[in-house]
Design a protein around this ligand. Structure first.
Ligand code: SF4
Length: 236
């Protein structure tokens, strides 16, 4: 599997290039809140919600004194406001209660699995959100698996799994050293531009020759507008 991932990663880099990264790693708490906001919506709307929230507070501490309904209103543009407001407030309350401060820096020295195990204990935080903290805030060689990544890796034949969490567990020990960020980000891009849920553009896909999908689509359709904004690489 490692060789297969290495090959796909290289083809994606040849096509899209190496995705840019910020020089300074963002704060893990910013990343986890950004990721909660990004659930089931696009990066542009979740970024708007993130900026709205940030502009209404001086520090995350201020969120603790807001009612859930107030947070919900502020982050409305990201959708699922109630659910996300509850998850954010619950996380902050737990951090205050168990660690005495609103920070996730205590996780820095823990192993990948320890970080995942601890983060998913918070209600509303799943493996995907927790793995984004590992990759984007701690620069670990971990590839978060969302629906795009899950769909592509199953179509290509890297895995044969029924949900993103199973895909994540299957691939996690097979990511070539240092490849996780480019692999993850370029797969998201491939999922938006080529390997879309319906009518994938197999006729111009950069990894078509290594893809084993049985229902490849070679009917050419007009290119749709592309969206290359990535939330978690924009949080500073
Ligand atoms: S060839 Fe088609 S199915 Fe395979 S990865 Fe590319 S777009 Fe997706």
């Amino acid at each position: 599997m490692k060789k297969q991932i290495e090959r796909i990663n290289q083809l994606l880099i040849n096509h899209f290039g190496i995705p840019e990264r910020q020089k300074k790693l963002p704060d893990p708490l910013d990343i986890i809140i950004g990721t909660i906001l990004s659930q089931n919506t696009n990066d542009k709307n979740s970024y708007k919600a993130y900026l709205n929230l940030k502009s209404n507070i001086n520090s995350w501490e201020d969120v603790l004194s807001l009612k859930t309904s107030q947070i919900e209103r502020i982050i409305k543009v990201a959708g699922l406001g109630k659910q996300k407001a509850k998850a954010i407030k619950n996380l902050l309350k737990n951090l205050k209660k168990y660690h005495g401060k609103l920070s996730l820096t205590h996780l820095k020295k823990k192993s990948d699995d320890e970080v995942l195990d601890e983060l998913i204990l918070h209600k509303g935080i799943g493996v995907k959100t927790a793995s984004c903290v590992l990759l984007f805030a701690f620069d670990r060689n971990v590839c978060p698996v969302d629906t795009h990544v899950h769909r592509i890796l199953n179509r290509v034949g890297v895995v044969e799994t029924s949900n993103p969490e199973k895909t994540f567990n299957e691939i996690k020990s097979h990511i070539p050293k240092g490849a996780a960020h480019s692999f993850h980000t370029n797969l998201l891009r491939l999922g938006r531009e080529y390997c879309t849920p319906t009518n994938p553009k197999c006729y111009e896909c950069p990894i078509e020759n290594v893809c084993n999908y049985k229902e490849k689509n070679f009917t050419i359709k007009k290119l749709t507008k592309q969206n290359n904004f990535f939330l978690l690489d924009s949080i500073k």
